[in-house]
Ligand binder design. Structure first.
Ligand code: IDP
Ligand code: MG
Length: 140
């Protein structure tokens, strides 16, 4: 089964939406194979968002993702990468449809968009390695 890396971002933790977001993945039938709270430091943030370093919002993105802890999860299931991205909704919460996580829990991208989800198999592998040791991902 396919695996994807999900982060409930600092705004999700600060706004106490962790349980509601995890519920959605469980209700969908996806399996949580790894989960922990991580306070991302600047070095890790730069690695995770390496591909966005030329963007004008990069410095704000580093500040945002390091401002409070995140919940990191390895989520598993059929076509998990695509399914979880669909559940997250569009990057900008203004464009995210109701029923999606960003559509339901966020409004202004400058205040955050609640969640990160891997966008490809390659990035899912890279991001899982960045956040989890092999023995922190459980096969059951
Ligand atoms: P994604 O999270 O939907 O995959 P990416 O393009 O990979 O979107 O961007 C990574 C993160 O960078 C977004 O989730 C969001 O937090 C932030 N971001 C993207 N575009 C903007 C923007 O235009 N303004 C502010 N932050 C942005
Ligand atoms: Mg992305």
């Amino acid at each position: 089964m396919e695996e994807t890396l999900v982060l409930i971002k600092p705004d999700g933790v600060l706004n106490k939406k962790v349980g509601k977001i995890i519920n959605r993945f469980e209700d969908k039938g996806l399996k949580i194979k790894g989960m922990k709270m991580v306070w991302i430091d600047e070095e890790m943030a730069r690695k995770h968002y390496n591909h966005l370093q030329e963007k004008v919002f990069f410095d704000r993105l580093l500040k945002y993702i390091t401002e409070a802890p995140v919940i990191a999860m390895v989520i598993c299931g059929k076509e998990a990468i695509e399914v979880v991205r669909t559940m997250a909704g569009e990057t900008n919460p203004l464009d995210a449809l109701p029923g999606t996580i960003r559509g339901d829990f966020a409004l202004d991208i400058e205040d955050g968009n609640m969640i990160h989800t891997s966008d490809s198999k390659e990035n899912a592998e890279r991001e899982k390695e960045l956040f989890f040791l092999k023995d922190e991902i459980f096969n059951y």
